[in-house]
Design a protein around this ligand. Structure first.
Ligand code: HEC
Length: 154
């Protein structure tokens, strides 16, 4: 009897959780970094789901409470580094952000390990790690010209 009530309560709570609003946004950005097609592909495959406005929301991003964790990660990642808004960053900020990309990928801190286990194609190969490190350490004027002009502010 008690077990049945607990089960019923769990089901009710699980259903109720689905009604808590979660904001899965993908707003238009100012423009991405002007890098080679290969590097763009690496960034898109391994980083863009969190660090851009082009998140491919997985099916579990629609199921509370997992959805809350996914949205939290994406919000935190976009706040720190949003490749979709690369063109809007000050040149000095771009240099600083790039300088972090080499080390965090080299030590496999990024992409986050649980993301890699759920998205095996995001795993970075040795040559991709080297290309990221080279971009991270390249001269500002080469690496920081935006691919698209910044969007005028409304
Ligand atoms: C699953 C989401 C996710 C993916 C995928 C991801 N990141 Fe992150 N990233 C985060 C979050 C969340 C933070 C905020 C810091 C934290 O959680 O400690 C972060 C922080 C960072 C930082 C700031 C420095 C640091 O280490 O905290 C850099 C740089 C970074 N990420 C680069 C990348 C790059 C480059 C990729 C792709 C190779 C990537 N990230 C992939 C979620 C992600």
């Amino acid at each position: 009897m008690l077990a049945k009530s607990i089960l019923a309560l769990t089901v009710v709570v699980a259903i109720a959780l689905q009604f808590v609003p979660v904001e899965r946004t993908n707003p238009l950005g100012a423009g991405g970094p002007n890098v080679s097609v290969e590097l763009q592909w690496t960034l898109r495959r391994s980083c863009y789901d969190c660090h851009s406005n082009e998140t491919r929301w997985p099916i579990w991003a629609y199921l509370a409470p997992i959805s809350w964790m996914v949205v939290d990660d994406v919000d935190a990642a976009r706040k720190i580094l949003n490749f979709s808004d690369w063109a809007a960053y000050e040149p000095g900020v771009r240099v600083a952000l790039r300088s972090m990309v080499g080390p965090t990928t080299a030590i496999h801190r990024m992409p986050l390990w649980y993301y890699v286990s759920l998205h095996p194609d995001s795993r970075l190969s040795q040559s991709e790690l080297e290309a990221l490190a080279a971009w991270a350490g390249s001269a500002p004027e080469e690496a920081d010209i935006p691919a698209l002009p910044a969007r005028p502010s409304p």
